[in-house]
Write a protein that binds this ligand. Structure first.
Ligand code: ADP
Length: 164
């Protein structure tokens, strides 16, 4: 059975993330979405909230693969090994993602030679989407509906209202 791990911060899940997820489920029998606690990034949403949001978003693909959304702490390659993943799935946006992903993949290959990293590119309409910018737009009162699902848009607006 092919098991894939799609790791990310997902703060919050965007249409770009969901596009990558929709491609990943074609490749594996089981997809584990690893939601990184990533305290260093100071996420807007708590780990529990991000897991819950991703679970709700992933529901739409449940007929395509077995999907499990789990919180993830510690070293990525160790988590991948622990959950039995043979592949790590990442998304590439612009050239700007490349350098970081190149280094990460290179290091992970040294740490575990059995786990491969696979990259997907989102549909062009989703390629420019970044969680960081969506949060900025939402804070400034802009329209975020082109970038996230209506459910995520609601969660984000509520979070920003409560934090104000
Ligand atoms: P991380 O903090 O691990 O980069 P993110 O939640 O920002 O987590 O992203 C998770 C993965 O999804 C990364 O591989 C990232 O490049 C990818 N990704 C995010 N947004 C997009 C997008 N719009 N198009 C393609 N890939 C994306």
């Amino acid at each position: 059975m092919k098991i894939g791990l799609y790791p990310g911060t997902f703060d919050p899940a965007t249409n770009g993330h969901i596009d990558i997820l929709s491609r990943a489920v074609k490749l594996v029998d089981k997809l584990i979405v690893g939601v990184a606690s990533n305290a260093a990034k100071k996420p807007l949403f708590s780990l529990d909230e991000r897991v819950e949001m991703m679970r709700t978003e992933a529901e739409q693909f449940k007929d395509m693969a077995d999907i499990e959304v789990r919180p993830m702490t510690g070293l990525l390659i160790q988590f991948a090994q622990d959950v039995g993943a043979q592949v790590i799935i990442r998304g590439l946006r612009a050239v700007s993602d490349f350098e970081y992903e190149f280094q990460m993949t290179g290091m992970n290959q040294r740490l575990n030679t059995d786990i491969e990293t696979v990259f997907f590119m989102a549909d062009p309409q989703y390629q420019a989407i970044a969680s960081r910018l969506i949060k900025e737009i939402a804070r400034l009162g802009g329209d975020i509906t082109p970038f996230v699902s209506p459910y995520i848009a609601g969660q984000l607006m509520e979070k920003i209202r409560n934090n104000a």
